[in-house]
Design a protein around this ligand. Structure first.
Ligand SMILES: Cc1cc2nc3c(=O)[nH]c(=O)nc-3n(C[C@H](O)[C@H](O)[C@H](O)COP(=O)(O)OP(=O)(O)OC[C@H]3O[C@@H](n4cnc5c(N)ncnc54)[C@H](O)[C@@H]3O)c2cc1C
Ligand SMILES: NC(=O)c1ccc[n+]([C@@H]2O[C@H](COP(=O)([O-])OP(=O)(O)OC[C@H]3O[C@@H](n4cnc5c(N)ncnc54)[C@H](OP(=O)(O)O)[C@@H]3O)[C@@H](O)[C@H]2O)c1
Length: 502
């Protein structure tokens, strides 16, 4: 690395898993990054979750490439405290070298308009980082935003005046507030109350399961949702994670592959169909999906392509069967004094508490961090996806790690952190803006094609993971074939540990 590159000042915003990985890999390349974190500690979303939260990803896919889980963690899906201990073990290992703030620091970006990258990809000037409270300004050459997608800015549906929570006599909170309560506070909050949970993804399912377990049939919990998703058992997730190998990726059309691979995808497509149907039949067999009208109107494959597949909480349908959990589909919802009115039903659903497990406004959160409208628009204008899932072609002096969803987020973010560290160290150059935009658009088109109506933005699908990693390896100038033998190269799954020495 040239002395000029070594002098680059790098700021990392956020000390969740993505920020820690970015910090580690840039330091490994000789940089001295400054990390800003708004909370009191590291770990991001893992620092405060609902009591029952466990990894949804098998642990060998959710690990740092060069740090195996301790032998004491025997579970495939460790719980929140085990995940936090694992993250902390990495930080303590790096304690002497890592520059984490002693005091929480909230960061805000204030770039100058004329510092934007030019069309041919010339280097921009410095960026200014402002710590809002002390108004201290840092001048840096490159910013790595690792502020997370699933925290801080809740998505709560908008209601017309008179139809919203203001007319309701009970309590309305977001899943984020519920997750911030400790176990005792959470039980006190819901105990013997009629609770309605809105949403049908992981937070909603987990909270609804927890409420129904606490309150039983005396005060059944109602789960209100507009769409049904495929969600399944831990065994199914274990099986799915045995599949991501080069052979299964041959069943997917990827951008810029030749005619032979195109034909191979065509020839192997019956296998893809058989796998989908087998999984769907299995799920319908183990859960009473038909009885409760819970069969999604799209295929299981679309669920996993769009990074939306979740693990169903233990004994979920047993609680539905015993009446402590009521499943209710609804397209329209408004509040009245005693509860909520669903669709055009005359009688309200009487309830004491409504918990919106309706996700987060992740684009808005990222765009809010910029002072300049141009950059805000770049982020919210979703037609321009990110190059290599981390650099917006029009903001190439800044990377966003952890923005793209994946079934094994830490795997995806670690490879991108390594890639970024190589880039910052001058090991390769970014293409010009137009080329980056075209490449990113090709990948977006591919993900969109397979996710169908489920497409919700940046996602490195389980079926594209290896090919995306190959691209990053080629950019970094290292061998993308990481296995020793031909057959294992084709048939054994790729995991973080395969990239330990990249
Ligand atoms: C409950 C839960 C469970 C999950 N389970 C899984 C799983 O099993 N498998 C999987 O692959 N993914 C899972 N995910 C997705 C998850 O988001 C990632 O796995 C990962 O932990 C995210 O890490 P991150 O560092 O990108 O973001 P975060 O963990 O959100 O960290 C972002 C950090 O940035 C800080 N920050 C934000 N804004 C600012 C600012 N302006 N200034 C300074 N600091 C700021 C925040 O305080 C936070 O510490 C889960 C998500 C949630 C919410
Ligand atoms: N490991 C774990 O145990 C764990 C636990 C919790 C969360 N997580 C992860 O954290 C991330 C966030 O999960 P999340 O469940 O909080 O959010 P999410 O995945 O974004 O799901 C939001 C849910 O809210 C619904 N919704 C959004 N707007 C709505 C509206 N206006 N009206 C009605 N419903 C609306 C969505 O419905 P549609 O489906 O119809 O769009 C969806 O079901 C995910 O990656 C998840 O896997 C993991």
């Amino acid at each position: 690395m040239s002395s000029c590159e070594m002098e680059k000042e790098i700021a990392i915003v956020g000390a969740g898993i993505s920020g820690l990985l970015a910090c580690r890999h840039t330091m490994e390349k000789g940089f001295n990054p400054v990390v800003f974190e708004a909370r009191n500690g590291i770990g991001g979303v893992w620092s405060s979750t609902i009591d029952s939260t466990k990894l949804q990803t098998p642990k060998n896919y959710y690990q740092f490439s060069d740090l195996a889980w301790p032998l004491s963690v025997t579970e495939t899906f460790p719980d929140q405290s085990q995940v936090m201990d694992y993250i902390k073990s990495r930080v303590s290992e790096l304690a002497d070298t890592m520059h984490l703030p002693e005091e929480p620091t909230q960061k805000h970006l204030a770039e100058n308009d004329d510092e934007r990258m030019t069309e041919n990809g010339e280097e921009p000037g410095n960026q200014q980082i402002q710590e809002t409270e002390q108004n201290e300004v840092y001048q840096v050459d490159f910013v790595i935003l690792c502020i997370g997608k699933f925290s801080d800015l809740p998505n709560i549906p908008h209601f017309p005046q008179g139809d919203g929570p203001e007319v309701f006599s009970g309590k309305v909170i977001h899943s984020m507030d519920y997750a911030a309560m400790n176990k005792i506070q959470a039980v006190e909050f819901i105990k013997d109350k009629r609770v309605t949970v809105v949403g049908s993804q992981k937070s909603a399912l987990d909270i609804a399961a927890q409420v129904s377990k606490t309150n039983g049939v005396r005060h059944p919990c109602t789960l209100l949702f507009r769409r049904v998703h495929w969600s399944g058992s831990k065994n199914l997730v274990r099986l799915t994670f045995r599949n991501p190998n080069r052979f299964s990726e041959l069943m997917i059309h990827k951008p810029q592959k030749g005619l032979i691979l195109w034909w191979l995808v065509f020839l192997l497509s019956p296998l893809r169909w058989i796998f989908t149907k087998l999984v769907e039949c299995y799920l319908k067999w183990i859960y009473p999906l038909k009885k409760y009208n819970m069969i999604p109107d799209y295929t299981f494959l679309k669920e996993i392509y769009s990074c939306m597949f979740t693990i169903l909480p233990d004994r979920f349908y047993e609680r539905v069967e015993d009446g402590s959990l009521i499943l209710k589909r609804s397209q329209k919802l408004c509040f009245c004094t005693t509860g909520v009115i669903i669709d055009d039903e005359v009688a309200p659903l009487e309830t004491d508490i409504v918990i919106f497990a309706t996700g987060y406004k992740s684009d808005e959160k990222i765009s809010n961090i910029f002072a300049l409208n141009y950059f805000k628009k770049c982020i919210t204008r979703s037609s321009t996806p990110f190059y290599r899932e981390c650099i917006h072609p029009r903001i190439p002096h800044l990377a966003i790690i952890g923005y793209s969803e994946s079934p094994a987020t830490s795997f995806t973010t670690e490879l991108r952190s390594k890639w970024l560290a190589h880039f910052l160290a001058g090991k390769f150059k970014l293409p010009v803006i137009k080329e980056m935009e075209e490449d990113a658009k090709r990948w977006k088109k591919c993900t969109k094609k397979y996710s169908g109506e489920n497409y919700k933005g940046a996602c490195v699908s389980v079926m594209l993971q290896i090919d995306c990693n190959d691209q990053l390896c080629r950019d970094m100038g290292c061998n993308h074939k990481r296995k020793k033998w031909f057959l294992s190269e084709i048939f054994s799954p790729y995991q973080p540990a395969d990239y330990a020495n990249v």
